[in-house]
Design a protein around this ligand. Structure first.
Ligand SMILES: [Zn+2]
Ligand SMILES: [Zn+2]
Length: 85
């Protein structure tokens, strides 16, 4: 019981690394390095459970244009990137 509790706490504390929704984790977008994750295929967000309401977690509002609200991450708030675009 105690161990499970500690683990849950740890998970909450660490900012989440999630798949980059803009390039779908490939690190590339239209044969170019993904502008959102820089080619990593992953992005860090404050809360992985919060989907961006604007793009509904897709990472873009229109094809080819990263969502300006979440910076293309698909989650509500990216870490260390207040305004990406
Ligand atoms: Zn990407
Ligand atoms: Zn968004």
């Amino acid at each position: 019981m105690a161990e499970a509790k500690a683990e849950a706490k740890k998970k909450q504390k660490v900012p989440g690394e999630v798949k980059c929704m803009y390039c779908d984790g490939t690190g590339k977008h239209q044969n170019q390095k993904c502008v959102v994750c820089g080619g990593a295929g992953k992005v860090e967000v404050v809360d992985t459970t919060q989907k961006c309401q604007w793009c509904k977690g897709r990472g873009f509002s229109m094809p080819g244009i990263p969502c300006t609200v979440c910076g293309g991450t698909g989650a509500t708030r990216p870490v260390n990137k207040q305004r990406l675009f």
